[in-house]
Write a protein that binds this ligand. Structure first.
Ligand code: LIP
Length: 268
């Protein structure tokens, strides 16, 4: 069955990243999906490119994408009940940053076969940093192997989190957890991109990252990269499958994972 190599995802991510870089700083049309959730013309351009390429190279695969939703595929002769080959695409993770001219965003592409994440790529076009991972092989940054942090002391750890677009309306808005960790760690960063936060947890720039109620396309690639780099990755209820919604995710050094999970859950 036509299954992509990791290099296929890397090539697609780099090409889409070139579109983001070209659109950065341009007076893009910014469209509001809710009071603070935005999408730009460049988002749409990059997603259209990725969907066109995937449909052209991998006919019959399913695509789950941020802007256009789900495009179910069916591979001839495939008798599996679900969609056996699925791509999870966020053409621009960090859209609010892009819309405000802050150069911190990435293209996130994950691929799953038979319900298991097989490979993922997150590409930051502004730093030319390509994070990638393949199950059973490893995780890399621009081809160099990466490892999660070996932190074991929360007090001296550097964490990251983000707040969803529903922060003003949802009672579980993550502010209690943010306050606790701000007072009990070396710091909590908010970069504005879940996918890059997960990759930073994969290479030890962050000792841990957590966020509530993300979408599959935000976490599919970055979660795999962090997992295969040796971080402990799960949902905040402890479930292993972080791609099935609601994607409330924790990716942390094994030495602080349990402590972080207990704190996050204590405020739920
Ligand atoms: C965003 C994530 C961020 C999260 C936002 C949104 P987008 O993705 O990167 O971590 O807090 O709610 O999901 O909208 O930039 O693709």
């Amino acid at each position: 069955m036509n299954t992509p190599a990791l290099t296929d995802l890397e090539s697609l991510a780099r090409q889409a990243g070139a579109l983001l870089r070209a659109g950065f700083g341009r007076a893009d049309q910014i469209h509001y999906k809710s009071e603070i959730d935005v999408v730009t013309d460049t988002d749409r351009l990059a997603e259209d490119f990725l969907i066109r390429e995937i449909k052209g190279q991998f006919a019959g695969h399913s695509i789950v994408a941020e802007e256009s939703g789900e495009t179910p595929g069916r591979i001839p002769g495939d008798k599996s009940p679900g969609y056996s080959r699925v791509w999870y695409i966020d053409p621009m993770d960090g859209t609010v940053n892009f819309a405000h001219g802050l150069p911190h965003f990435g293209v996130s592409i994950g691929f799953a076969a038979d319900g298991v994440m097989r490979c993922g790529v997150v590409y930051d076009p502004m730093r030319d940093e390509c994070f990638s991972a393949e199950r059973g092989v490893g995780a890399w940054l621009n081809g160099a192997a990466i490892r999660a942090s070996g932190a074991s002391d929360l007090n001296t750890s550097l964490l990251a989190t983000e707040f969803g677009y529903d922060i003003r309306s949802h009672p579980q808005n993550n502010l209690d957890q943010y306050a606790y960790f701000t007072l009990h760690t070396q710091g909590v960063r908010r970069t504005g991109s879940a996918a890059l936060d997960l990759c930073y947890a994969a290479c030890g720039r962050f000792d841990g990252y957590w966020e509530l109620r993300l979408k599959p396309w935000d976490v599919a690639a970055g979660g795999l990269i962090a997992e295969l780099a040796g971080a402990r990755v799960c949902k905040v209820d402890g479930e292993a499958d972080y791609v099935t919604p609601p994607c409330s995710i924790l990716a942390a050094a094994p030495g602080i994972h349990r402590q972080m999970l207990e704190v996050i859950v204590s405020f739920q």
